[in-house]
Design a protein around this ligand. Structure first.
Ligand code: PLP
Length: 392
């Protein structure tokens, strides 16, 4: 059996039709398959590879940590320098109220931790989330994602969850003194890039404050410069009570985090103690890699070039088959008239040497969320491939 056949036989599958590309190398914004064919990466591991694949400074930080120690103790017991330094660095680039970083292994685990923190801190159980939101695949995170299709087979779900439309007055009206938290994506990614109205988000923030409800912003896709600012919420003049991070947080290694004020976070440490624990959360190698990637993002100010790169994509993506292009920084959705058309175009794009896919809740949209380091010439080449693929 070849690698592909072994993959299909022995690796747990997530769909009947995986891309099943056998990638043997990745560098910057390019991936190479086993046959030596190159692909411009327009997926970035789903918003992970923001500083590009295998950035030399990230690789160096990983090697240095390998020489010191790997896992030594469960999360939260030892003073592990990579965690301490990364948490301090993150806190110094966040508003003062977001000063305590609880590291997890994944985005979904950060979501779980944040929901628990909200319940534990408010002694309330009602959670408000949005239709077409995606927050992860564990049982709790799955319970708050905004799609019956993905939730239904896994009932019973967590109780007390209300799903309401993003950008709706209905959602604001539903926030009351029994609500533990409102969980929102700062920009809805898997819905096909839906931005919040500024006034709406401000009103959500105000109603949360007025009712003692915690506002949780999921920036697992929108954080780390992807929207053109370091954090997506900076566009909207609000600060969440709890911020969720993941994906680019680890610089290509698995890492998630929820961030809050220390006064709030300490609720997980007492009555009961060990309110949220994990063996591998905040793994030292992942924290070293993540901190190195974050420093690259800051030193090279990668987020500052995002609006220009976004505009270059938008200026090139003009074609009669394209129905609309929605974007928020380097989160871009290109809409075609149906899933069938989109799928055909995606297959042709991949064949012609660029990597893309569709969105979980918007299957007629082609995804563009490349490394922030993607060059102008790579953008030009990728757009030519998409336009060519759309012409049939
Ligand atoms: N939240 C958002 C907005 C996401 O896009 C994702 C993953 O795609 C998650 C949460 C879950 O993160 P993970 O897959 O690391 O569990």
């Amino acid at each position: 059996m070849n690698q592909r056949e072994l993959f299909l036989r022995h690796v747990g599958q997530t769909s009947p039709a995986p891309l099943a590309l056998e990638i043997v190398k990745a560098e910057g914004s390019v991936l190479w398959d086993a046959a030596g064919k190159s692909y411009i990466d327009l997926i970035g591991g789903i918003s992970v590879a923001s500083t590009g694949h295998r950035h030399p400074k990230v690789l160096r930080a990983i090697r240095e940590q390998l020489d010191a120690y790997l896992h030594i103790m469960v999360y939260g017991e030892f003073v592990e320098t990579p965690q301490v330094q990364y948490a301090s660095l993150l806190a110094s680039h966040l508003p003062p109220a977001l000063n305590s970083v609880f590291f997890t292994n994944s985005g979904a685990e950060a979501v779980e931790g944040a929901m628990k923190l909200a319940k534990r801190s408010t002694f309330r159980s009602k959670i408000i989330a949005c239709e077409n939101s995606y927050h992860g695949s564990t049982q709790g995170a799955l319970s708050i994602i905004g799609s019956e299709y993905w939730r239904n087979a896994y009932r019973p779900l967590l109780p007390g969850i209300l799903h309401l439309p993003y950008n709706s007055q209905q959602l604001i009206d539903a926030i009351d003194e029994t609500t533990a938290c409102v969980m929102l994506e700062t920009v809805q990614a898997e819905a096909g890039i839906i931005a919040p109205e500024k006034r709406w988000l401000e009103a959500v923030r105000k109603k949360c404050t007025d009712t003692g409800t915690l506002l949780i912003l999921d920036e697992i896709q929108t954080g780390f410069g992807r929207t053109g600012r370091l954090w997506g919420f900076e566009h909207f003049n609000i600060v969440p009570d709890i911020l969720l991070l993941g994906k680019a947080l680890g610089g290509g290694m698995p890492l998630g985090a929820f961030v809050a004020d220390q006064k709030l976070m300490l609720n997980l440490a007492d009555n009961p103690v060990l309110g949220h624990i994990s063996t591998f959360g905040g793994h030292p190698v992942c924290c070293a890699a993540g901190a190195a990637a974050f420093k690259v993002l800051l030193e090279d100010e990668l987020y500052k070039a995002v609006p220009e790169k976004e505009q270059l994509f938008l200026s090139r993506l003009k074609h009669p088959a394209i129905r609309a292009v929605r974007s928020f920084g380097l989160l871009i959705a290109v809409a075609f008239n149906s899933f069938e058309t989109n799928k055909k175009i995606i297959d042709r794009v991949i064949e012609k040497g660029a990597l893309t896919d569709w969105f979980l809740f918007e299957s007629n949209c082609l995804r563009i969320c490349p490394p922030l380091t993607i060059s102008e010439s790579e953008i030009e080449a990728a757009c030519s491939i998409i336009l060519d693929a759309a012409s049939f």
